[in-house]
Design a protein around this ligand. Structure first.
Ligand code: SAH
Length: 524
């Protein structure tokens, strides 16, 4: 090969590598910034049981996602040797391979074995640490692991190994002897042999009344925490039906949960809430809900695409100075209109003749992003109100342009015409489409499990698309609707609309959801 080709081959070879990435304990926003960056550049993602589907979405749509299973022996999971071979093969093909592992890759996750196999095969690899459940579990249970006076060390211990069967047993006697002088034991893989483990710790000499805490599904909506003592934790956990995945913490510091428990106090703790907005605009809303403690499932029911034809919009743009008013009915309308101006090579100052109206604050704020000032925003978030805001007498003889979605309600142009507008041009600037392959399966499971607390709707089309996608009506499902039209659509489809903010914005909707669940908690 020529020198150039040789370099290309080398570059390709160098690109191929495996990143052992810690995904964090469960909540998708507990991955590290580096982990998220690596994931966004992945060609292949090999992930385990317990990895949040919300995280997989950080990978490019083109990335190949491979489930490696591993659920304590259950269901189909790939053999470790097979898995190692697969990582090596993909990397050798020049791919960026992300091996996404729960918590931290080097804490009880066989990350060490995988790295060793890569080293042996001379495949380049990097390790991106993660927030281990050994730390996140106690943190979300309100249990500090060290303390100036009461804890000078912490040990992460497996609860999986059966001493009586020999083989690399945990040195319980030594651990307990040390921890009696102020140390904390954090036990992972703790549930299957919980009683035996706690008995063993007692037999090694730790007092029966030593505080002990079990936390299951830490950092998720399903988090369950039990506070007890070394002597009583097994019974208390059984009573609370604590199962895997759980960590237990044994030591004086476990008693601090009584003062330091905090997640249970966040307004949306334990709540699973579905966000149905288009992916592009969903994340802000999802983040706001997560800030209040919710577990958010993003299930975008709408995505935007170019309109089938730009002809009407292009004709209007060509004679843009003829219009007296441009009315925007959505932020996406603004976005796609400005994008079209740009791609046609038209200066934004061409809009100079027209006054601009926005249907609501979100639309106005998107216009402000382009330094476009809005003459009117109606007091109420409805197409009809815009006429009142403009002034009923101001409509006669004027020319209006409405760049908007391809399919939208007809009310606004009809009223304008009825009020003797000289011209009303409705120009499709984008089209809303139902996404394909939306994580339907997961949503159906969630609905069937009864673990869903609320579905949020930010427009009527999110309601109708949601129903069409899941193939069912909203009976028995609680919903939050951003405004009265959306609420009416949701009720028409059988949803129980329990949250309706007074102001029709995402901020107000988020706040109203928080208030609703605080009220629900107070009542129960
Ligand atoms: N590498 C992982 C641990 C893998 S071993 C980490 O660093 O977290 C699997 C064990 O991790 C489970 O048996 C359980 O003890 C613990 N675990 C994982 N996720 C957990 C969670 N969300 N809550 C409580 N324990 C968890």
């Amino acid at each position: 090969p020529s020198q150039g080709e040789g370099e290309k081959a080398r570059a390709k070879h160098q690109r191929g590598r495996v990143f052992l990435v810690g995904a964090g304990p469960g909540a998708p926003d507990l991955i590290t910034i580096r982990g998220a960056d690596v994931l966004s550049r992945a060609d292949v993602v090999v992930y385990d049981y317990l990895i949040s589907p919300e995280l997989l979405r950080l990978a490019p749509p083109s990335a190949e996602l491979i489930y490696a299973g591993k659920r304590g022996g259950a269901e189909k999971s790939i053999e470790q040797s097979e898995l190692n071979a697969m990582l090596i093969a993909h990397a050798r093909m020049g791919r960026v391979v992300v091996r996404l592992k729960g918590g931290d890759p080097f804490i009880f996750g066989r990350g060490g074995e995988e790295a060793a196999a890569l080293a042996r095969a001379q495949v380049a690899f990097e390790v991106v640490p993660g927030v281990t459940s050994a730390i996140a579990g106690p943190a979300f249970a309100g249990v500090p692991l060290t303390h100036r006076e009461h804890g000078s060390f912490v040990a992460f211990v497996t609860g999986h190994e059966d001493e009586t069967k020999g083989a690399s047993a945990v040195p319980w006697d030594e651990l307990v002897a040390a921890s009696r002088h102020g140390g904390t034991l954090v036990i992972l893989m703790a549930t299957a042999r919980m009683r035996a483990t706690l008995d063993r710790i007692g037999a090694a000499g730790l007092p029966a009344q030593t505080p002990a805490v079990a936390v299951q599904w830490a950092t998720t909506a399903a988090q369950k925490t039990v506070s007890a003592t070394l002597a009583t934790l097994a019974d208390e956990s059984a009573r609370a039906a604590i199962g895997a995945p759980a960590v237990i913490v044994v030591g004086e510091l476990a008693g601090m949960r009584a003062h330091l428990k905090w997640v249970e106090r966040t307004p949306l703790f334990g709540r699973t809430i579905v966000v149905t907005r288009a992916r592009a605009s969903a994340s802000e809303f999802a983040t706001a809900l997560r800030r209040l403690g919710a577990e958010v499932v993003e299930f975008p029911t709408i995505e935007t695409a170019p309109p089938r034809s730009y002809a009407a919009l292009d004709r209007a743009i060509k004679r843009i100075d003829a219009f007296d008013w441009i009315i925007f009915t959505s932020a996406m309308g603004v976005e796609s209109f400005v994008e079209r101006l740009k791609s046609r090579g038209i200066d934004i100052r061409a809009l100079g003749n027209a006054s601009i109206a926005a249907i609501g604050p979100a639309t106005a704020s998107r216009l402000a992003d382009y330094a476009l000032q809005v003459a009117v925003v109606p007091g109420e978030y409805r197409a009809e109100e815009i006429i009142t805001a403009i002034g009923i007498r101001q409509v006669r003889g004027k020319r209006f342009l409405i760049p908007r979605a391809e399919v939208a309600r007809e009310a606004l142009p009809e009223i304008l015409r009825a009020r003797a507008a000289k011209e009303v041009v409705v120009a499709p600037a984008y089209r809303t489409v139902k996404p394909k392959g939306a994580q339907l399966e997961r949503m159906r499971e969630l609905l069937a499990s009864g673990k869903l607390d609320l579905v949020t709707f930010t427009s009527s089309s999110t309601v109708t698309n949601f129903c069409e996608l899941i193939g069912a009506r909203g009976k028995g499902i609680r919903a939050a609707a951003i405004g009265p039209i959306t609420a009416a659509t949701a009720e028409g489809r059988g949803f129980e609309v329990v949250v309706r903010p007074d102001v029709y914005t995402i901020e107000a909707l988020t706040e109203a959801i928080g208030e609703y669940f605080v009220q629900v908690k107070k009542r129960t």
